[in-house]
Write a protein that binds this ligand. Sequence first.
Ligand code: GLP
Length: 241
Amino acid sequence: MKIIRAKDYQDLSRKAGQIIASLVTLKPDCVLGLATGSTPIGTYKYLIEQYNNGDLDFSQVSSVNLDEYKGLPRTHDQSYYYFMHENLFDKVNIDLANTNLPDGMEPDSDKACADYDAVIESMGGVDLQLLGLGHNGHIGFNEPSDQFKKGTHCVTLSQRTIEANTRFFASEADVPRQAYTMGIGNIMNAKKVLLVVSGADKAEAVKNCFFGPITPQWQASILQLHKDVVIVADEAALSLV
Ligand code: GLP
């Protein structure tokens, strides 16, 4: 596990963006595993800047996102589909036919999850999986639990995650209670993992996930077993280690 210390959020975003940009340059038809949440927004901004400068070409890139709320239509401004279009897809030349998210409007969870695992499988492996980190150590929406889940599954969000995500909705009651998420097995299958984490409010999660025992109570701790993980963290996020 490699930890890159960034000065602040801007520095973190540039460093993480450079890692993704170098992959896209070296392997123009790479498969990117993408993430939502506020942390990767700066990384996406960096990539958009590089694209606008003529330094990056996404035309052959394909992507697969970690997760999606269950029951939110794509047109809802808090759906992860909407987020990805707003923050990346509509601003670079990625072929939208090659972008993938779980279908949050599929009411049959088993079908939604099996379909998404089939999509991931058909892509022949994720070259780089970008991750944020929840306050409780979740990655994607893999919440603290007594087990690590292998494939895409439907989760009931923890109270802590609902509270953290309330800031994006009109009220707590509007936050969806369930989501479809890639499993830990899907994430661990990526050739490279890039986790971005920022802010003092994530310091406890960083300490428990990367400097403590591997436990499903801190789901990201499993990344200690991945052979190619880069964590780009700012000083505030590293303040307890
Ligand atoms: C959300 C997402 C995660 C994200 C996390 C942290 O619930 N499902 O993929 O990493 O929360 O988000 P943020 O970066 O906004 O703190």
